[in-house]
Design a protein around this ligand. Sequence first.
Ligand code: F6R
Length: 368
Amino acid sequence: HKGEYRHFMLKEIFEQPEVIATALEGRLSEEGVLVESFGPEAQALFARARQVHIIACGTSYHAGLVARYWLERYAGVPVQVEVASEYRYRHPVVLDDTLFVTLSQSGETADTLAALRFAKTLGYIGSLAICNVPGSSLVRESDLTLMTRAGPEIGVASTKAFTTQLVALMLLTLAMGKAQGLDDAQRAEQAEIVAALKTLPRVCQKALALDGAIEALSQAFAEKHHALFLGRGAHYPIALEGALKLKEISYIHAEAYPAGELKHGPLALVDSEMPVISVAPNDDLLEKLKSNLQEVRARGGQLFVFAEESIGIRDQQDVRVLGVPVIHESLTPLLYTLPLQLLSYHVAVLKGTDVDQPRNLAKSVTVE
Ligand code: F6R
């Protein structure tokens, strides 16, 4: 039921603080994650794993791309991420002690399921499914499972399913790090992330207050045919996800680039007809990103920057800055997703497309 909301997508966007809290429930102790949340065999498998392969499609694939940055940075585990429809037709070389992970909202995506079945022939130490539907094929056929607990998602464009996947993947990151053994500095870092996770529902609620400001600027996109999304590091996949959402429900052609790639081609596309959306969290890469944004401005591009107010990118004629609340830097990819969801939603509403049921798409892709 949509209740007070005009579309399921908007309802599901606004449910995120609540479902993120649900996804965390009972899975954290004071200082760390409860590894047994992933099942009784998780401790042994996570301790043994030397690398991780993550396979998924679409938005779930973008969650996997974020997890690569997290697992490498916070757990020291090398990660490969690939779309299922490519993976299943390759001849993957699987090193000893590799864990196979699938991500799926539905648990019935044909290519992801086929990839899991194929992986079982390749000598992995085991499989983990991160999924939203209990009892789905993917859950039944995997050794370990972690449910994302987003509740039913009706809008075809995935929103709360994605952010709860990110919560699950941060829990995986913490669990893998813990199982592999932590030094004092890493233990302190985990404690910080756990504390930040506990504040996440509240901070997400604050980010959703951007709704009115985003609705107001959606006008700037309604007549446009293209848009460019930029991010760096773990926010590059968030740019990819922002572009996918915009394409999917507003039918505006959008592309995402890691901002450092601009000069290698896409800068040629930038003129006053090309809105450029950038996620600019306050991290090590911010200064580099700012200089990339200067390159865009110099070409007459219209910039929309999502950033903390304190970082000093000023609102001016060709730069609109939308202030995002502050959170521990490990969790900014999740937080910055929310305003991009709202942006695609409001642009689609303005264009009058069928937001919950975009043309040519199905919620669950059970055929190849
Ligand atoms: C986009 C979207 C799709 C799905 C993809 C995988 O908004 O929803 O890209 O993410 O079809 O579906 P699941 O996660 O069910 O395997």
